[in-house]
Design a protein around this ligand. Structure first.
Ligand code: OAD
Length: 269
């Protein structure tokens, strides 16, 4: 049972301040049905990060067994296109819409749930599943759930016949409308650089923050995991919500042990 005093303290702290930075990880979307990376049912428990989390790994796997990669993509897209914001995302949107706080969401997630919930200032440090990027000219194109649902139909059709896998498998990725190059998902795989603009804006938001919320991240991945320490050094009050203690928990001012979807609506009613 979460201590009501901690909830009250977190709420009072947030409501007194104006500039709020929020760092989120896969834990905030867990209650929306998207698996975390390192939990019991985590993505990296099911699929090795070397094979499925890097571009060379994926290309090698595709050459060896295209069906396996197409099924992986399909499974992932099915989960992300069905997911809906949970009460945790919705509470964070209330911080902006009801309480009129100056909120920057800095997320490591590639889903679209913060935006659907209603936060307007979302920095995606690890990219966006709902965006494509041309590997030749760098052109970016926003895509929506409908686009991905149609793409999933195409994947299912290809999977229905071994001949189609061989013939159409190579043309799975769409072409750039600007230069004809191959468009890839605009997400950050292991070993790839983070989008520099988002990272710079994240540092600016953290430096301006009077309070930082850290929600549903294990803190395993650099440089996102430096942000809570940076906020603390700058004098912000740091509040963490997580069902388990993390590398941040001894440093933060308030640690609330619990699920985002249960704790956040109590802090931000
Ligand atoms: P992890 O899987 O490492 O950590 C998920 C965290 O969420 C853990 O601390 C859980 O205890 C917590 N958690 C689980 N359920 C929760 C709930 N209902 N409410 C709140 N917290 C909950 O995922 P991330 O920290 O997001 O990077 O991982 C960071 C990065 O590692 C990802 O963005 C990804 C991955 O490799 C890239 O793909 C580049």
């Amino acid at each position: 049972m979460v201590d009501q005093k901690l909830i009250d303290l977190a709420r009072e702290t947030l409501l007194k301040k104006t500039n709020i930075a929020v760092l989120t990880g896969s834990g905030i979307s867990a209650e929306s049905g998207i698996p975390t990376f390192r939990g019991e049912d985590g993505l990296w428990k099911k699929y090795s990060p070397e094979e499925f989390g890097t571009v060379p790994g994926l290309l090698l796997q595709f050459a060896k067994n295209p069906r396996r990669i197409i099924e992986f993509a399909l499974n992932l897209l099915e989960v992300f296109t069905k997911a809906q914001p949970n009460p945790g995302h919705i509470a964070l949107a209330r911080l902006e819409q009801k309480y009129r706080k100056n909120v920057t969401i800095i997320t490591q997630n590639i889903d679209d749930l913060h935006e659907i919930a209603g936060n307007t200032n979302v920095l995606k440090l690890h990219g966006d599943l709902f965006r494509l990027r041309c590997i030749k000219c760098g052109h970016r194109e926003k895509i929506d759930r409908e686009y991905l649902e149609n793409y999933m139909k195409k994947l299912r059709d290809i999977l229905s016949s071994p001949l189609k896998i061989v013939k159409e498998g190579k043309e799975l990725l769409p072409r750039c409308p600007e230069c004809g190059g191959i468009m890839r998902p605009d997400v950050v795989f292991f070993g790839e650089a983070l989008p520099q603009k988002e990272l710079s804006l994240a540092y600016i938001a953290v430096d301006a923050a009077e309070v930082m919320l850290v929600i549903g991240t294990s803190g395993e991945v650099y440089p996102a995991n430096t942000l809570p320490y940076r906020a603390k050094q700058n004098g912000a009050t740091v509040i963490e919500v997580n069902p388990q203690r993390t590398i941040f928990s001894d440093m933060v001012d308030i640690f609330i042990e619990g699920k985002a979807g249960e704790v956040l609506p109590r802090i931000i009613p």
